[in-house]
Ligand binder design. Structure first.
Ligand SMILES: [Zn+2]
Length: 139
């Protein structure tokens, strides 16, 4: 699922194309307290395979988060969209992803795209009045 078989793409001469799938991201990617994934992560991207067997992918990761609003602690849910942009080479080279055996495992690149898109807080919405206001009105 999370694998691109470069040998197969070469054999079929599919040097460009697009792919789309969903996966269950590990909850360790979330750093906001009391928040978890409310959906699987939808992954979509276009790829380009070059003559030297390097592969470029560009697309998006999309998912929902649910949990407690970071300000007022009410239940909240939000949709997050992030960029997926990765370059794989069949040898180690600096910061790029590398792969071997003609098969690319996308897991690390996708997890990193999810982490990069992760908000620092979860909000119940633009009209969130925060926990300070809530406690003042109670008194
Ligand atoms: Zn709130």
């Amino acid at each position: 699922m999370m694998i691109i078989d470069v040998r197969k793409l070469n054999a079929q001469k599919k040097y460009t194309g697009s792919m789309e799938f969903e996966y269950s991201a590990p909850k360790e990617l979330i750093e906001i307290p009391f928040v978890s994934f409310a959906s699987s992560v939808k992954v979509r991207f276009d790829y380009q395979l070059y003559e030297d067997d390097s592969l470029d992918i560009r697309g998006t990761v999309c998912y929902q988060l649910e949990g407690q609003c970071s300000r007022c602690l009410k239940d909240a849910k939000t949709e997050v969209k992030g960029e997926l942009d990765a370059y794989f080479q069949p040898f180690k080279n600096g910061e790029d992803y590398s792969y071997s055996g003609g098969v690319i495992d996308l897991t690390q690149a996708i997890n990193e795209a999810v982490m990069a898109s992760m908000p620092f807080t979860l909000s119940c919405g633009d009209d969130c009045q925060g926990i300070l206001y809530a406690s003042e009105t109670e008194n």
